[in-house]
Design a binder for this molecule. Structure first.
Ligand code: SF4
Length: 212
């Protein structure tokens, strides 16, 4: 982790991290940007978030928009129709059950429409500065298994295994470091092992084709 954390210095941050940097105290915008980011390219997430927040920046304003308008604002993020419904329903639940504020516990966050453990953990890390959570997406799941830190079948298993396999000190950084590394070097297909700072220590478990 130390080598990878140093190696990502200067690389472009994931879109949600950029929102979190720009809106450090705005848990709502971090939550919505995270919802939009699932299975979507960073540049698309960033542009969609900017269009949406230019139109409505708070739960009440966003909940008042028709789903069709939210769809148009966030298009072309993947699953934009589902995400538009989730964004509106999420805002409505924030207003009716949480006083218009983003809750700061995993148990409450996962009650929100469209919010699973991955999103909830990332919101806790980025918006509430938690150091007790690990956010596991496909990059974290893939790289942790390639490195042999875990031997798991899905992100949910990986999250639990990483709590056991890694030092607490790194938990809140694992997502930022491995997502950035996964977007730039340890890609899903043809990882750039020849450019990898930890190639000498990586068993490359499950890597079939790599770019030197
Ligand atoms: S050596 Fe290859 S598989 Fe291992 S972390 Fe680096 S890029 Fe990924």
């Amino acid at each position: 982790m130390r080598a990878l954390a140093a190696a990502i210095d200067g690389m472009e941050l994931p879109a949600v991290e950029k929102v979190a940097e720009a809106e450090a105290d705005n848990a709502f915008q971090i939550l919505i940007a995270t919802l939009l980011s699932a299975r979507t390219q960073d540049a698309t997430t960033a542009a969609a978030s900017a269009r949406l927040f230019a139109r409505a920046r708070a739960p009440r304003a966003l909940a008042a928009l028709p789903v069709r308008e939210i769809e148009k604002l966030i298009y072309p993020v993947s699953f934009y129709r589902n995400k538009a419904e989730h964004v509106k329903a999420c805002c409505e639940m924030l207003l009716t059950r949480f006083g218009g504020r983003v809750p700061d516990t995993l148990e409450a966050l996962v009650q929100l429409p469209g919010v699973g453990r991955k999103t909830a953990n990332l919101v806790l890390i980025l918006a509430f500065k938690s150091r007790e959570n690990i956010c596991v997406d496909t990059h974290v799941h893939r790289i942790s298994n390639r490195l042999g830190w875990v031997a798991t079948k899905n992100p949910e298993e990986t999250e639990q295994a990483l709590y056991r396999a890694t030092r607490r000190h790194w938990w809140s950084s694992i997502n930022l470091v491995l997502v950035t590394w996964g977007q730039n070097v340890c890609r899903p297909v043809h990882p750039r092992c020849g450019d990898c700072v930890i190639a000498a220590d990586c068993p490359r478990i499950g890597v079939k084709a790599r770019r030197q």
